[in-house]
Write a protein that binds this ligand. Structure first.
Ligand code: AHR
Length: 330
């Protein structure tokens, strides 16, 4: 609806501007000025799925923020499948929404559908996860965490913890969804930091698809194949929580026999950290909704927005988790 009204306004403005040869449309065809009438913005949001506590909190943040901002949200859940996300985006294009936002399941393979959105003059905003397309004109901005930095923070904690250790430190890694930006970047950031000292050995690394069930299943297999695991690095809390069940099932004490580092800092993860079952969590904030709605409004008003908006995040030790838990929002 927003677009129809804006189109009518733009036609009117263009008619007056024609004599002077003025161009009243902003980059990407969005009208530069808004008029009265029903100016409700419609946003199509293609979510990854509901794989983790982080994702649930992210969905809630997007839905609540859209409501608060008066934006009409069309929401779809891709169940962690790229083809479902592509279908959802195509359907938003057909429905002529004003703006499309999505969190890409994986990094590659988006150019065609993004070109279709661009051809339809529908701006796209990436949230949470990146695409690897070299053509930056296919989206207006990317709002989300610096996942490489998160991996580095996890590695730095480990390096400090084992500073006085001289023997090998055997690490197993539970990766996120194969091909996803957080799995790629959290792996590379971590590897870069621990790679400076050869005593750190990643003896097994496999995807647990960011889910608790898969985290447990893969950790079970790691434990059977490797009797001497010192450290588990899980790319999210949920996989770490599943792994804790596997470790306890194998008669070991999580947080003591095997040190655990995770990413996210959702409530369940923070509780396990406060209980001593996880040793360190790198925060990744899912509360992207308010900034997303703000960016969407700016993009549609033809304002310039930064190419990249990085979320501010921290880290938590066991003591810090105890203090933060009572006021944790998600
Ligand atoms: O893209 C963010 C990641 O996706 C979160 O860290 C993870 O929990 C989620 O599934």
């Amino acid at each position: 609806m927003f677009k129809k009204i804006m189109a009518l306004v733009a036609v009117g403005v263009l008619a007056t501007a024609c004599g002077s040869g003025g161009d009243t449309t902003a980059e990407g065809g969005a009208p530069a000025t808004s008029g009265g009438g029903d100016s409700t913005i419609t946003m199509g949001f293609a979510q990854v799925g509901a794989e983790s506590g982080w994702r649930t909190a992210n969905t809630k943040s997007v839905q609540e923020s859209a409501k608060a901002a008066g934006i009409d949200l069309k929401f779809s859940d891709a169940q962690q499948k790229q083809e479902n996300q592509i279908k959802a985006i195509r359907s938003y294009i057909q429905q002529k929404v004003d703006v499309i936002a999505f969190s890409p399941v994986v990094e590659s393979g988006w150019d065609t559908v993004l070109q279709e959105a661009k051809a339809a003059n529908i701006p796209v905003i990436l949230t949470d996860r990146a695409v690897d397309s070299p053509d930056k004109t296919l989206y207006k901005t990317f709002l989300g965490s610096d996942f490489v930095e998160e991996g580095k923070k996890a590695g730095q904690w480990l390096v400090e913890q084992y500073a006085s250790e001289t023997g090998d430190v055997n690490i197993v890694e539970l990766q996120g969804t194969t091909g996803s930006a957080p799995a790629n970047d959290r792996k590379s950031g971590f590897a870069e930091v621990i790679g400076a000292d050869p005593k750190f050995k990643v003896i097994a690394s496999q995807s647990g698809d960011f889910t608790r069930a898969k985290g447990k299943e893969v950790m079970d297999a790691f434990l059977k194949a490797n009797p001497d695991i010192d450290v588990l690095y899980a790319h999210n809390d949920d996989m770490g929580l599943g792994a804790i069940e596997a470790i306890e099932g194998a008669g070991k004490v999580p947080g003591k026999d095997i040190k655990i580092i995770t990413v996210d800092a959702v409530k369940d993860g923070m509780q396990a950290l406060a209980d001593g079952k996880i040793n360190y969590i790198v925060e990744c904030s899912p509360l992207l909704g308010p900034q997303l709605m703000d960016l969407a409004k700016k993009v549609l008003a033809g304002e310039t927005v930064p190419e990249r908006v990085v979320t501010e995040e921290t880290t938590f030790t066991q003591e810090q988790a105890k203090q933060a838990l009572p006021s944790r929002q998600y």
